[in-house]
Design a protein around this ligand. Structure first.
Ligand code: GLA
Length: 387
């Protein structure tokens, strides 16, 4: 049965009537521009056909009831206008959204029932959290008529991560979930928060995700550490040159000039970001020109940078990326997303797909005893209502 029907069925069995609205909120891939979003650079994400589905309905009273189907967990509170977030609880991804909407001055004139679940693998770096936040903010905006636009919803979702989940993430994941279009890659400028679309005409190529099935504990902490390291670089650069608010504003010459004043780790982090800023422009050009060889090369350089300079990879991802390149028909392979686990993104010739899947599975299983899940990234529409 399709997931949305399953969600609606449990909504009906829990709350005794149909929901008011059904929402599909997708996860995302990112073709290039990793860790550039919070440095105000460019990113190239797109939603994929893995999503979180919601059934949502208003209540007569002021209660809020949330059923998380995949987690087999349930949350309930007496008054939607008097919520508190809990430490490290899944419900924060939804409660945080409500609290952020309230901060904008809105009140909820009724309580709400929510049932949700989906097929975005957890911890795979495909942004299931952002999909939950984007989906619920979109759904609440629809049924309560707050008239918030998609960018405001993306900011609410991001603030939820910052203030209630504790990850100081950039805006890429939620932006991609909300703004994506079928068969288009978003090219998002994280400074102006505007984007254009690049048609995803991959010709005889395809993007394949290989899930390492690991998520190392340090992922969230190290993410925030990387942010602070970039900030440290920015402070020195700004003191020296002025008008440098983020690494977006800095160039290679400036970084070289302050090299002696910063520690080697800070230097490496900043250098990676400046390299990646340049790579993402080259990658979007390569995609527009259908130069897939070039795009693959750039992806490989990004992996190298993420692994050696930014140090957010891990042995499993390094292995998957380097093994992939040994397989005939693979143009590029890199870890994707925040790092320390999750998926590699592989650009391969369609004709090589079956062989690639077989070889990478057997190599990974042989080395780590894990059979990796493999998904084809079908670029899909962003958050929307479904019938
Ligand atoms: C995570 C964050 C994003 C982005 C990526 C790395 O997915 O949520 O904001 O920083 O890592 O590119």
């Amino acid at each position: 049965m399709d997931i949305s029907k399953k969600i609606e069925e449990s909504y009906v069995s829990l709350f005794g009537k149909n929901s008011d609205i059904k929402i599909k909120a997708p996860g995302r891939i990112n073709i290039l521009g990793e860790h550039t979003d919070y440095n105000n650079g460019f990113v190239m994400p797109s939603a994929i056909d893995k999503a979180i589905y919601f059934s949502i309905g208003k209540r007569e009273d002021s209660k809020i009831c949330i059923s998380a189907l995949d987690l087999e967990n349930y949350y309930e509170a007496e008054d939607i206008n008097q919520l508190e977030s809990k430490t490290k609880d899944w419900s924060n991804h939804l409660i945080g959204v409500i609290l952020e909407i309230k901060k904008l001055g809105f009140t909820f004139d009724n309580g709400v029932n929510i049932c949700f679940g989906g097929d975005i693998p957890n911890g795979a770096g495909l942004s299931s959290s952002a999909a939950v936040e984007a989906g619920i903010s979109f759904g609440l905006n629809e049924i309560f008529g707050f008239n918030l636009d998609l960018l405001q919803l993306a900011k609410i979702a991001q603030a939820t991560e910052h203030n209630y989940v504790g990850v100081k993430c950039g805006i890429m994941d939620m932006y991609a979930s909300l703004f994506s279009r079928k068969n288009q890659v978003i090219r998002l400028d994280c400074e102006s928060l505007t984007h254009d679309y690049i048609p995803a005409d991959f010709e005889k190529h395809t993007f394949i995700l290989v899930n390492s099935a690991v998520k190392h504990n340090l992922a969230d902490t190290e993410y925030n550490v990387r942010r602070n390291q970039c900030q440290k670089g920015v402070e020195v650069l700004n003191k020296e040159f002025g008008k440098i608010n983020t690494l977006r504003d800095a160039n290679f010459e400036q970084l070289e000039q302050i090299k002696a004043e910063i520690d080697p780790i800070t230097y490496n982090r900043c250098k990676y970001i400046l390299d990646e800023k340049e790579r993402v422009m080259l990658a979007s050009e390569a995609l527009k020109q259908h130069d897939f060889e070039k795009l693959g090369e750039i992806m490989n350089q990004t992996h190298e940078g993420l692994s050696k300079m930014y140090e957010v990879s891990c042995k499993e991802l390094d292995f998957l990326a380097s093994e992939a390149l040994k397989i005939e028909g693979v143009l590029g392979s890199r870890m994707m997303g925040g790092g320390f686990g999750g998926c590699t993104l592989n650009l391969i010739k369609k004709e090589a797909e079956a062989d690639f899947k077989e070889k990478i599975t057997s190599a990974y299983q042989h080395k780590f005893g894990i059979i990796p899940e493999i998904y084809t990234a079908n670029l899909s529409e962003g958050v929307h209502k479904i019938a």
